[in-house]
Design a protein around this ligand. Structure first.
Ligand code: ZN
Length: 260
């Protein structure tokens, strides 16, 4: 999602675990400290219990994302859900963090109009699968972190040509932008793979909604320009077989071939 963007946690396997910032978009560090979060465990996901201190909007998001969370946990992904209790007007409603070897799905909905606005933009009647799509996107980031592959290219790929004349600082920004976009593309494909598996009859509508979200405030080639991947995934048959992570890979690599 444009605003359900990616965290730029630089931690991958093997790096010291510490609190990491989340970033709404490049150049706008939100300085979110995970230490200040309410971190919820499996209790949230049991059928009969709900966290007493969630707002109705948070409960809506938690309920909507729960099928993905349950599936992730049952497949062994170390995934926690966290809620920012303080107002977060400029943050993504949902993002992923990575702390001490575990993925943190972070909801930033208090004092954040985007939390309701995203719901309002979803296709009517498809809010539930759309929330699942958003959670599955973050799972794609989680998998890449856990694999120690964050910002990395698959085997056989090498970074494309750097534009001429960039200062060292701009070169670093360019590399970061391309790496981020690559991860966003992977996350979107994992999300669509989930939709194909779980809500195949609604794939076309949810794909179209995802494209429309990515076109909001569209800047070609920026961090969230995943349209090259989304175009290749218009036909769900183009996705691969296996897990949602495996299914994302053929299209992801196809678009990378022209991007790198
Ligand atoms: Zn993302």
């Amino acid at each position: 999602m444009k605003t359900v963007h990616l965290p730029t946690l630089k931690t991958a396997r093997g790096q010291p675990s510490r609190t990491q910032p989340l970033r709404r978009r490049a150049g706008a560090l939100a300085a979110v400290a995970l230490q200040g979060l309410l971190v919820a465990g499996a209790l949230w996901w049991s059928a009969s219990s709900h966290a007493a201190d969630l707002t109705p909007l948070e409960q809506r998001w938690v309920d909507g994302m729960s099928p993905v969370i349950r599936e992730a946990r049952s497949s062994g992904l170390p995934l926690d859900v966290a809620v920012r209790p303080q107002a977060s007007p400029d943050d993504s409603p949902v993002a992923l963090g990575f702390v001490k070897g575990r993925c943190k799905l972070v909801l930033s909905l208090r004092g954040n109009p985007e939390g309701q606005a995203v719901l309002d933009r979803m296709p009517q009647g498809l809010e539930q699968p759309a929330l699942e799509l958003m959670a599955a996107h973050e799972l794609g980031h989680c998998r890449r972190y856990l694999d120690g592959a964050w910002f990395g290219l698959p085997a056989g790929f090498s970074p494309g040509q750097m534009p001429d004349g960039l200062s060292p600082e701009l070169q670093e920004a360019y590399r970061s932008m391309k790496s981020t976009r690559r991860e966003e593309g992977y996350g979107d494909l994992v999300a669509l793979a989930w939709i194909r598996q779980q809500h195949g009859e609604r794939y076309a509508q949810l794909h179209a909604w995802l494209v429309s979200e990515r076109r909001r405030d569209y800047v070609p080639g920026d961090h969230h320009d995943t349209l090259a991947w989304l175009q290749l995934a218009r036909d769900p048959a183009a996705l691969g077989q296996g897990s949602i992570f495996e299914a994302a890979r053929p299209i992801w690599e196809r678009a990378l071939q022209s991007d790198e």
